[in-house]
Write a protein that binds this ligand. Sequence first.
Ligand code: FAD
Length: 506
Amino acid sequence: MQDQRVREVVIVGGGTAGWMTAAALSKVLSKDYSIRLVESEEIGTVGVGEATIPLIKVFNTALELDEQDFVRRTQGSFKLGIEFVNWHQLGDSYIHGFGKIGQDLGVVPFYHYWLKLHQQGLVGHFDDYSINTAAARANKFLPARSDRPNSPIADIGYAYHFDAGLYARFLRGYAEARGVVRSEGKVATVEQHPESGFVTAVTLHSGERIGGQLFIDCSGFRGLLIEQTLQTGYIDWTHWLPCNRAVAVPCESATPLTPYTRSTARKAGWQWRIPLQHRTGNGHVFSNDFISEDEATAILLANLDGKPLADPRVLSFVTGKRRKFWNKNVVAVGLASGFMEPLESTSIHLIQSAIARLTAFFPHAGFEQIDIDEFNAHSDFEFDKIRDFLILHYHATDRTDTPFWNYCRNMDIPDSLRHKMELFRSNGRIFRDGGELFAEPSWVQVMHGQGLRPRGYHALVDAQTDEAIRKHVDTVRAVIANCVQAMPTHADFIAKHFDAKALHAA
Ligand code: FAD
């Protein structure tokens, strides 16, 4: 019988996407599969992408990476959520924390009990009712403890900040040790089957020819195979997410070492701040329809924690997605598949989920179109839901101080998002759509943080007496405050268990 297996996989690109894909496939596929990766040092990588969401732990665990080794090798720190400053209005700040909010009572989410009291002016700040947010505000950190099932400590969700270049290097070592073969050089030509149009080989400027059956396009924004070769097409979302440039610069660290990413809204975009062990990553995402590159760079440089450690670098992008993520025998992963700004740190996650999906749909040599269509439908769903979540941050604002924010406040939004906002505005209800990435607590925190206030609350809250609700909500706050008090600072926790300097000392 003919061998139906796809045994030759070629990955074009060695950025975060390329090496995450290579590492994962080297773990999943046995030694009789050939995995080749091509990258060009001359072209380089995008060189940003340092904040993640908690699901990255699933990826690292699947690779059986040791957490301590990973954090030390990538100069990593821990992330309990994202602080959004000036997004709702100037001078305002809220945190989108990972993990749970409060403690549900029966079938009704905690938020609704808090909401009833809030509408009566009987409770304080929402921040005090999430262990993640309360710990972030105090610069404390502890990973969730499974031996404390009845404590908020069990509910802590966390992700990492890390140096993406070091992460790619770490994964390269992992993949090469498992048989992935790397070729250095620029792809000069791409060969296609004359009838099917399937990609059959890439040839480097050196003359090296690399043939394969399945090609993973991790070539970044250019989309060497998916776009330049197959001309798949791109759906542009700039009208909903108007930023199209970023200027990035690392700077010296400042204390305290905060366990969260900060996103500060500026006059025509926003600035990120990502604290690593050895430096702080910064960038200003903006729309050049509303502000010049020079002004955006000046704003960034005027708002750093410490001395810049490199020259600022400007990157251009078009927010959107490919018309197909998988076309013929090419699967686009990473920036080649589309891009949404790093407001909720979703890009590395999208790489991870594309890899998981590719594994689930790994093809036979025949490449069934129905499998490819299903892969694309799942990818579309994931991108569209994240897009809505990001648009929410821009659209639900009270800012009227600049043309950019006026545009965002008044712009048309997708019906799917409008529906979600209206549902929330009535009785504070949020439902996660199918397998969308962000769960109810994320939507609630951002809706609330952006100033949306429900008219009512869940009707079943009234099944409890006011006294019982009050007691429950007060207890949650007190227990969270006690737990946070007992937690170590983020800096102390890292120094004790995850200090990158210990790697070199060892
Ligand atoms: P790249 O890093 O661009 O790599 C492309 C690779 O293809 C390179 O190795 C290059 O050499 C190779 N290549 C290209 N053309 C050729 C050729 N002709 N021949 C040979 N090789 C070739 N994500 C997050 O999750 N969190 C964040 O905080 C975050 N922040 C971001 C901030 C900004 C401003 C931007 C733009 C992105 C950010 N991202 C973030 C996204 C993240 O950086 C990317 O998802 C991630 O780095 C993956 O990039 P990539 O590997 O797809 O592309």
